[in-house]
Ligand binder design. Structure first.
Ligand code: ATP
Ligand code: MG
Length: 650
């Protein structure tokens, strides 16, 4: 880390939440201020008060234990159960027969599970796990399509104190084996197939491959998603989900677990390197998930809430499963691709189920922009009242499109900054309490001490870029990297003693609003100025012909680094040398001569992680014309990389 980051993005638009939204919102501006001030003055009292709203079998002896940093503990001595909080708690009251999950498969099949029905399935499956010898503390791999059974499996593990490790269904056999071995998994839960863009994804086949190299795995449970798939069931090892469920009781009281009992391991996206097995525990994580879901999404009993992430990512864990279910919300869940059978599939789902809250990612939004406005415009989206974004910085022009075309100008947007490691949302607007600015995640939530500092750890002046850190522990923070305490300390706690390092750059403006500028590793160094790739990308994306852009540095003898831009164009726009020059001029006009691109390259697609994040480290190798050596196990589509390399040689 050298000098500070120079910010060149100048975005001044601001949007007040509509009066009707403000009037009905659970948290007003005054209430937000009160909560934030309370948390500053008495963090432990603040968190303890909110934890009271969860169910505890036994209340904690101490709210916080900071005696062995950075291994912090929350609600010490308390016992609880996440599955109990997401299910049993709701059965006595008015939510028993409320839809917990409304599900639609990619081929169009649908199912709805009420809280009562979900509880029944989870209890039975938990007993099934016990029958297979899974006990408290054992690790269980879940490698499933986006069906309710993925959530049932997670909640069943949580119920008996088994530690789940969900692996995104798009990953290869190799990736599954790596994660099985890293976690020492005893059981794998999978499905014969899942559906993606009209094709069957053969999950069980991948598991068969993976299990050749996973000596710790004793059994495999297979959910039958489709009839007539020729799945090989390994005798003595593999059991069908429905067979396991057929002769177990539905009586399975939730285990009383210590607040610090491990809940899950989840491997990060791998945008910057080899994925890390992030460990989360019970009480603190549940508090973070439930509270932020309630606050940020202003959740109401009648909402149909849809988070489009896969359960294999942290967003799916916290905002499809644990947060919404802890709040007795109705969760929309969809199995497949956004462009199957047509590019309006999301909008069709919103129209059909009258979805009120949509939470998706910038990568999806940029794809929708590329596909054209006619798709959302052909559907009735008037049920929507709130929109969310997560996963990457959202370019201001993508934000504007989301606001106007999807939100009809009436829906506040919550741009939520957080990480696998943080467990729950850290920086976000509370939608009825503050105005928003396109591209800014606004302010830290009450209780979260996120600040922008220089390399010595001092706060940087307004409008200067620096490093985003969190100064005070919070309940849903990761506890360690599974099996690697040293890597945990080195990665997050060695840059600033006692302070959590996020590895993201950011700046704060005159209103105290935070603008996340992307990863510190991605920062460009041009003629002694450190520029955020994201800011140059945002300038490109606001050109009317550009759909998406990735910007990286390449070695330059004079400037240190030259700016190399990989650009995808909107559908139907032809690539030309003239357009390259036009884009260079456009960036220069938007943000200054300093950021003038040295090279613009057109491409049909950008290399991304399977969670849809641009992998700039791979593009850096291509821009520099060197052989790449980094970890590519989480890359979505290898052919994109191959094509870019070919282009480079040609
Ligand atoms: P790895 O840590 O393995 O490189 P990753 O950081 O992509 O992968 P995640 O935990 O899924 O793994 O993503 C967290 C990161 O995503 C953040 O550190 C940040 O860079 C980015 N991010 C998430 N939400 C936002 C947001 N709203 N605005 C800006 N950046 C965001
Ligand atoms: Mg990360």
């Amino acid at each position: 880390m050298s000098v500070n980051i120079t910010s060149v993005l100048n975005e001044t638009r601001r949007f007040e939440p509509p009066a009707g939204f403000v009037a009905a919102a659970a948290i007003s501006a005054a209430e937000r201020d009160r909560l934030a001030a309370w948390a500053e003055k008495d963090p432990e009292g603040f968190w303890a008060h909110h934890a009271e709203s969860l169910h505890w079998f036994k209340k904690w002896d101490a709210v916080f234990d900071g005696s062995n940093p950075p291994f912090f503990k929350w609600f010490v001595g308390g016992t609880t159960n996440v599955s109990y909080n997401c299910l049993d708690r709701h059965l006595a009251g008015p939510h028993r027969n409320k839809a917990a999950i409304i599900w639609e498969g990619e081929p169009g099949d649908t199912r709805t599970l009420t809280y009562q029905q979900l509880h029944y399935q989870v209890c039975k499956f938990a007993n099934g796990l016990k029958q297979l010898g899974v006990a408290k503390g054992d690790r269980v791999t879940i490698y499933m399509p986006m069906t309710p059974e993925a959530v049932i499996a997670m909640l069943a593990c949580a119920r008996i104190g088994a530690v789940h490790s969900v692996i995104f269904g798009g990953f290869s056999a190799e990736a599954v084996a790596d994660r099985n071995n890293d976690a020492g998994a005893k059981l794998v839960i999978t499905s014969d197939i899942g559906w993606r863009r009209g094709n069957a994804v053969h999950l069980k086949q991948n598991v068969d491959e993976a299990l050749k190299k996973s000596p710790t795995v004793k059994n495999c449970v297979v959910f039958q998603r489709a009839r007539n798939t020729s799945v090989h069931m390994h005798p003595g090892r593999d059991v069908w989900w429905h067979d396991l469920m057929s002769d177990v009781s539905a009586d399975c009281p939730a285990e009383e677990l210590d607040s610090e009992h491990p809940l899950f391991i989840l491997y990060t996206s791998g945008s910057t390197g080899k994925p890390k097995g992030v460990l989360h525990t019970t009480g603190g994580y549940l508090l973070g998930a439930a509270l932020t879901h309630k606050w940020v999404f202003d959740i109401k009993d009648e909402d149909v809430y849809w988070c489009t992430a896969d359960v294999g990512w942290i967003t799916g864990h916290t905002y499809i499963a644990y947060g919404p279910l802890a709040n007795a919300a109705t969760v929309m869940m969809y199995e497949g691709a956004p462009n199957h059978p047509r590019e309006d599939r999301f909008w069709e789902i919103i129209e059909k189920y009258r979805v009120t809250i949509l939470y998706t990612a910038p990568t999806a939004i940029r794809a929708f922009i590329k596909w054209g406005d006619q798709h959302p415009k052909g559907r009735d989206l008037s049920s929507l009242r709130l929109l969310g974004s997560v996963g990457e910085p959202i370019n201001p022009e993508a934000w504007m499109w989301y606001h106007e075309v999807i939100g009809g100008g009436r829906c506040p947007i919550v741009d939520t900054w957080w990480q696998t490691e943080t467990g729950s949302i850290m920086i976000s607007p509370l939608p009825g309490a503050m105005f928003t600015k396109p591209g800014s995640a606004t302010k830290p939530l009450p209780g979260i001490a996120a600040v922008v500092v220089d390399k010595e750890g001092n706060p940087v002046p307004a409008n200067q870029g620096g490093f985003l850190v969190v100064k005070r522990p919070w309940p849903s923070m990761m506890r360690t990297i599974y099996g690697d305490d040293e890597r945990f300390k080195a990665t997050y706690w060695s840059n600033y003693p006692g302070i959590y390092f996020t590895a993201d750059g950011a700046r704060q403006d005159d209103d105290g609003y935070i603008w996340v500028m992307g990863r510190v590793d991605d920062v460009l160094n041009v003629s002694g100025h450190r520029l955020s790739t994201m800011e140059v990308e945002s300038a490109l994306v606001n050109h009317p012909k550009v759909a998406e852009a990735a910007v990286v540095g390449r070695p330059d003898e004079i400037k240190g680094e030259g700016i190399c831009c990989f650009v995808t164009l909107k559908q139907g726009v032809p690539a030309s040398d003239g357009l390259k020059d036009e884009l260079k001029k456009h960036v220069t006009k938007e943000i200054g001569a300093l950021a003038r691109p040295d090279d613009v390259r057109f491409t049909d697609a950008l290399p991304k992680t399977r969670s849809g994040k641009i992998m700039r480290r791979l593009l850096r190798d291509i821009a520099a014309g060197r052989e790449g050596k980094g970890d590519t196990t989480t890359l979505e589509d290898y052919s994109i990389l191959a094509k870019l390399r070919e282009q480079d040689e040609g």
